[in-house]
Structures are given as C-alpha cells and as structure tokens.
Ligand binder design. Structure first.
Ligand SMILES: Cc1cc2nc3c(=O)[nH]c(=O)nc-3n(C[C@H](O)[C@H](O)[C@H](O)COP(=O)(O)O)c2cc1C
Length: 327
C-alpha cells in the first residue's frame, strides 16, 4: 500500500499561519529527522500574481516539506502547484479546513467542504501540473452538514481525482459566529468518525488532526489503524515534548534528539540569517517553547523574548539564555 508515497507521513507538524515559517521548520527538523513539515498556507492567487514568491523559499534541510495552498480555481491552483513543484516541495496540499473570514471570501478553505466536486477538479488539475504528491487537509464538515454523510462523499470524490492522502481535522468548522481560534476549540472532536473513514477507505492514507498533544496519544491513534497523525499547537508550544522522541517512538528509527543540542545547532543558521539582513527575533520567536515544562524554561523564554528585539542582538543571546537551562 502507498507505494507511490515518498515518506510514510506517520507524524506531521500542521500548517500554521505566522508560525510554521521556514525558521520554525528548520528548528523542527533539528528535533525530528522524520516528521513531515508543512508550510503556512500560501494562497494560489498571491503566488500566481507573483507577490508571494518569496514565501516559497526553504532550506534543503527541511525535507520532507509540504507546501500548503489556498484557493478554489483549478487553473490557478495548478499554476501555483507548478511553482511549488519547481521550488522543490515534496508535496502540495490543498487547504479545505481553514475557516477564517478572509479565506471564506475567496471561496476557499473549509467552505470547500460544501463543494466536493470542485475540490476534485482542483486536485485533478494540480496533479496534472506536478510530479509530486497532491494531498488535502479538510474538516469533517461545516455548519449544519452531517459529517457521517458528507465526509465519505468528500473523500470518495477526492480519492477519485487521485488524492491518495488526506489529513482530517476531526471537528466541524462553523463558518458563522466563531473566530478562527474558536473554530479550533469549540466544535467537538469526533475521532471515531475519522477511524471509521479509515475502515471505509482502506486505500486512502488518512491522518488525524485536532487536539493531539502527546506522543502517547499520537501512537494510540496509529496503533488503532490510522496512517498518520498531524499535530499543530502542541508541536509549536512544546516542540521538545512532541518532536524529540518522535523518530524512535513514531517512526521506529533514529535517535531521540535533545533541545540543548538543537538550540546550539540553530546558531550557524541564525548567523546566516543575520548576515543576510534578517533579525534575531524572527528566528528565536519560534524557540521560546523549546524548554517548556523543563527547569529554567521561564528564564530562557524571558531572556530570548526580551533580548532578541534589541538592536544588534545576535547568537550570543541564545548562548547566554542556554545558561538558564543547560545544566
Ligand atoms: C496559529 C495557527 C495558524 C493556523 N494556520 C493554518 C493554515 O494556514 N492552514 C491550515 O490548514 N490550518 C491552519 N491552522 C490549523 C492547524 O493546522 C490545525 O488544523 C489545528 O490547529 C488543529 O490541530 P492542533 O489541535 O494539533 O493544533 C492553524 C492553526 C493555528 C493555531
């Protein structure tokens, strides 16, 4: 099964706007050699018109890395996917789960759960444009849809268009009345439904997303038959808890990593970023949670967050802050 997939995608870090930029992904890759990393969503119109091309840049170390696109026009998405393929992404993912107003106004994101035929057209057009895999991230439904009915119909359509892998955020999006943040917490999770979809579509690689905040929980879903687990907020806020043990515990290969070593390995990356005109805090803001729950975490966070925005701040701040946590 899944012979055409280049990697097994047992664990992925979710696409998160303003969070999973290239600096964040570089850090996450130091913590796990195997986790699949997603970009922030980039809209197809922005890429095709040229305004967002800089968002495609990434470091070779980030592989495997997937580009998430937002859009609903098959031709535009095909062009954007082509740009992503040329940039070297391992996968192009279509966002059918994001409920924000801005996204709804362009008829993409979660509202696409109401238009499975259009999603299938988009997937087919994207597949025709690139050699790499085209995947979908979706919800179980939106508004008053009945997930038991619409989710299997949605999966059938996208699978028919050649999508072999889908990540399902196991809650509905309510398109009216909830903020994007509330839409990540308030609609109830239905993990069972996602497990039932795996039984119904055994050929589809199905990853579960939503509310998973420990590796033990991730493993339990994998052992119960799902193909992958995607973790968002917990991976960002407690990257060491989620990613340091991920290679041995989830992929059954490789060594556990260590946050102090990862922080030191960020230093050359930070130097290169500063040398190219970047600012320290653009990188270190993603490192604030590196020692979450460990002794000295508060001092680390405070030193980095206060110091990194000062003019001229450089890698020596990270070394100094490590004095708070490294025994
Ligand atoms: C700050 C933030 C930004 C997000 N941006 C995106 C996005 O660009 N595309 C997307 O599909 N989902 C986005 N999400 C949703 C996550 O990918 C994920 O589905 C959600 O957080 C649930 O997973 P979790 O409970 O493990 O965090 C975002 C979530 C957060 C917290």
């Amino acid at each position: 099964m899944f012979k055409s997939l280049k990697y097994n995608a047992r664990l992925s870090v979710a696409p998160m706007m303003d969070w999973t930029d290239r600096h964040c992904r570089y850090l996450h890759r130091l913590l796990s050699g195997r986790a699949l990393l997603y970009t922030e969503m980039v809209t197809a119109p922005a890429l095709v018109r040229g305004g967002a091309l800089h968002l495609l840049a990434f470091s070779p170390e980030e592989h495997p890395v997937a580009l998430q696109l937002g859009g609903s026009d098959p031709e535009e998405l095909a062009q954007a996917a082509r740009l992503g393929g040329e940039a070297g992404y391992d996968e192009i993912n279509l966002n059918c789960g994001c409920p924000s107003d801005r996204v709804q106004s362009g008829t993409f994101g979660a509202v696409l759960m109401k238009h499975p035929g259009l999603v299938a057209e988009c997937v087919a057009a994207m597949r025709a444009a690139v050699d790499v895999e085209v995947t979908v991230k979706c919800r179980i439904g939106v508004d008053d849809q009945d997930p038991e009915t619409v989710l299997p119909q949605f999966l059938e359509q996208i699978a028919g268009a050649g999508c072999q892998r889908v990540t399902i955020h196991a809650r509905k999006a309510w398109l009216q009345g909830l903020s994007p943040k509330e839409n990540r917490d308030i609609p109830p999770l239905d993990y069972d439904l996602v497990h039932r979809m795996k039984a119904r579509f055994p050929e589809l690689h199905i990853s579960l997303n939503g509310g998973i905040d420990t590796l033990a929980a991730a493993r339990a879903h994998l052992e119960a038959g799902l193909d992958g687990v995607m973790i968002g907020r917990a991976a960002y806020h407690q990257p060491a808890d989620i990613l340091c043990q991920a290679d041995p515990l989830i992929h059954g290969t490789g060594e556990a990593s260590d946050p102090v070593t990862a922080a030191r390995a960020m230093l050359p990356y930070i130097e290169a970023h500063l040398a190219s005109g970047g600012r320290l805090h653009q990188v270190t803001r993603h490192m604030l949670g590196l020692f979450a729950g460990r002794p000295g975490a508060r001092g680390w966070r405070r030193m980095l967050s206060e110091g990194a925005v000062r003019p001229g701040a450089g890698p020596e701040l990270v070394e100094a802050a490590l004095g708070q946590v490294a025994g």
